[in-house]
Design a protein around this ligand. Structure first.
Ligand code: SAH
Length: 274
């Protein structure tokens, strides 16, 4: 029996799939891909003779049945998903029935669209003394969000918000951020089809005009909304620099020029600090 690999295809540019993900696609006997966003990666890298199927019109049950049947015939079965499979990707709904059927599976992460949108616009989602937190979320649409996760309550943190699945719900986003005290001129970024060669659209606006700007451009899907106090920082007259590159801040790879501040190195993990 074969294995099912849930592979993150990245946000659209086929070159943004990971090396591991691409290798699996190249050796797959069967690939079930999630609609138009990832077909380029699937069709570009799949080997000759590989079974390719778009899952656009399939129910979750049909998807699981397809993957299970393919695993009975091929050693490597790939379920190719947009961005990262662990974000709004129905991953657990698919892996539970595979577990129940005794079919082995693994996940290969992908570049999620929030990161592709930030990269497209040249924005950093964290800045020293501005915000050190990023929330990945969505507005409640046909899928409700659990209690305690309303956009207004998350926006009260005044950190970076990457809002998925909400391009048609910009008025709700405006209302929620306004209710949380974000000013009407707060910068908002919308990127449609981030990383798609020739199709990417970057829209910069303010909280009070971003909906109109997006409607004028006909943006109603495949768009990432980023609200962040860091947006536009490249044009600020002054910036508090990261301590990591401060000559007075020593760490494992560099001795401090003067007395080191007591604060920790903000961008190193526990292992690196040892
Ligand atoms: N697993 C995916 C998200 C799937 S939900 C990921 O990690 O990115 C689909 C939503 O993702 C869309 O509504 C949109 O908000 C966002 N999205 C996916 N691809 C995108 C892209 N190339 N550019 C902008 N937003 C994108």
């Amino acid at each position: 029996m074969g294995s099912v690999w849930f592979v993150g295809a990245g946000p659209g540019d086929p070159d943004l799939i990971t090396v591991k993900g691409r290798r699996l696609v190249e050796q797959a006997g069967a690939i079930l891909y999630a609609g138009s966003l990832v077909d380029a990666a699937a069709t570009r890298f799949a080997p000759p003779g590989c079974r390719l199927q778009d899952s656009k019109a399939m129910t979750l049950e049909q998807i699981v049945a397809w993957l299970a049947a393919a695993a009975g015939e091929c050693e490597t079965v790939v379920r190719l998903q947009t961005g990262d499979p662990g974000l709004y990707g129905a991953l657990t709904e698919m892996t539970r029935p595979l577990d129940a059927a005794g079919i082995p599976w693994q996940v290969v992460p992908g570049v999620t669209s929030a990161m592709a949108a930030a990269a497209a616009a040249g924005e950093s989602l964290t800045l020293p003394e501005v915000t050190q937190t990023v929330i990945l979320t969505r507005t409640a649409g046909r899928t409700p969000v659990p209690e305690g996760e309303s956009l207004a309550s998350l926006a009260a943190h005044r950190c970076t918000l990457c809002i998925y699945l909400s391009a048609t719900l910009l008025p709700e986003v405006q209302e929620a951020l306004g209710a949380a005290g974000w000013p009407p001129d707060a910068p908002i970024l919308v990127v449609q089809k981030a990383s798609w060669p020739g199709a990417e659209q970057i829209v910069r606006g303010r909280l009070d005009d971003i909906d109109r700007r997006c409607r004028d451009l006909g943006i109603a899907s495949q768009a990432m909304i980023i609200a962040s106090p860091t947006l536009g920082a490249r044009h600020w007259p002054e910036l508090t620099a990261s301590k990591l590159y401060d000559p007075g801040f020593g760490h494992r790879f560099r001795r401090a020029a003067g007395p080191a501040p007591a604060d920790d190195c903000p961008q190193m993990n526990a292992n690196e600090r040892k």
